[in-house]
Every structure is written in structure tokens, then in C-alpha cells.
Design a protein around this ligand. Structure first.
Ligand code: C2R
Length: 178
């Protein structure tokens, strides 16, 4: 994709099923992006070189997802001044609590905007990127306003449908989204 504005990276190809939630959302907003597999642990030199080049290439936001001891987002934040959004991935026997703490507990001075664990966090990472990019892009801000309006309308229509069912004994199970 030419002139990407968002970079989405992850520590392993095994993270793709989670991080594709972020990809889906940036695509929905027509934001140019690039996706890479890079590991601060396994490919430290390649990761540092890639991240140092982001700002010069016009990339505005970096989303970094990793599981286990997830140092990827923090290491990236140490190598660039662009905002880094971290997604802790629930790939380890600790179900992502290890990744959450290693992503969120950055030492003062090197922040990572840390999302929820797993698919919902990946989805929110992309929404957070949209919010950042919207600051300087009124057209994108307008589309994001419509997205929020639709989200509210969906909740209201579900509430109306639910109150119509009360006492009727026809309640279906909610749809699992993530
Ligand atoms: P494999 O499935 O490849 O063994 O990876 C990845 O994000 C993945 O969730 C297992 C997990 O290791 C994570 N990983 C990190 C880093 N590199 C890979 N946390 C890193 O640099 O922080």
C-alpha cells in the first residue's frame, strides 16, 4: 500500500488471528496501512531499524501486538516519537495477563497506549489510531462521527428489540463479536 499512515506489527504470525481485528477496522476506514511480523526478542536489529524509519516515511501511528512477555510495543516506543499503541495478546498459559502487564507498565518517560487483551484490544487499537489521525483530518473525523452515531443507534435498536421481547419468552442469545 502506498504512503501508509498506520503500521501494524506483531511478534509472530501466530498473532494474526487477533491482530486482523485492527486490520479490518483500518480497512473499513480506508486508511492506508502496512502490516509486518517483527519481534523485539527474536529480530531486535530489524525491529529497531524498521521503527526508526517510520516517522521519516510519514507513518503517524504504530500499533504493536504481542503475547507472552510482550516487550515489542515498549521497545518500539523507545525507538520512535510517534504514538505507539500496544495490544496484549492472550497467547500464553497466563491468558495475556503477562502481556498486559509487560505492555502497560512502561517506565515513566516512554509511554505505550495499552489496549485491552486480545481481539477487542486489537479492534480498539485501530479505533484509537482513527482518533489520532482525525485530529488533523476533518474528513476522517466526520466518518468517525458517523461510526460512533451508528454504534449508538445499534445499541438503541437492540434495546428496543429486547424490550419488545420481554415476557414473550423469545430471547435469542447475543452475538459473539470477538
Ligand atoms: P510463537 O507462536 O511464534 O512461538 O510466538 C508473540 O507475540 C507471540 O504471541 C509466541 C508469542 O511470542 C510473542 N512475542 C513477543 C515478542 N516477540 C514475539 N512478545 C516481543 O518481542 O515482545
Amino acid at each position: 500500500m502506498e504512503n501508509p499512515l498506520v503500521a501494524i506489527i506483531m511478534g509472530s504470525d501466530s498473532d494474526i488471528s487477533v491482530m486482523e481485528q485492527a486490520v479490518r477496522l483500518v480497512e473499513e476506514f480506508d486508511i492506508p496501512y502496512e502490516m509486518k511480523i517483527l519481534s523485539a526478542h527474536r529480530t531486535p536489529d530489524e525491529t529497531a531499524e524498521y521503527v526508526k524509519g517510520l516517522a521519516g516515511r510519514g507513518i503517524k501511528v504504530l500499533i504493536a501486538g504481542a503475547g507472552w512477555a510482550a516487550h515489542l510495543a515498549g521497545v518500539c516506543a523507545s525507538q520512535t516519537a510517534i504514538p505507539v499503541i500496544g495490544v496484549p495478546i492472550d497467547s500464553s498459559p497466563l491468558n495475556g495477563m503477562d502481556s498486559l502487564l509487560s505492555t502497560v507498565q512502561m517506565p515513566p518517560g516512554v509511554p505505550v497506549a495499552t489496549m485491552a487483551i486480545g481481539k477487542g484490544g486489537a479492534y480498539n487499537a485501530a479505533i484509537f489510531a482513527v482518533r489520532i489521525l482525525s485530529l488533523l483530518d476533518p474528513e476522517l473525523a466526520g466518518r468517525y462521527a458517523s461510526f460512533r452515531k451508528k454504534m449508538a443507534e445499534d445499541v438503541i435498536s437492540k434495546q428496543e428489540a429486547e424490550s419488545g421481547k420481554q415476557g414473550a419468552g423469545s430471547r435469542e442469545q447475543g452475538v459473539e463479536r470477538f
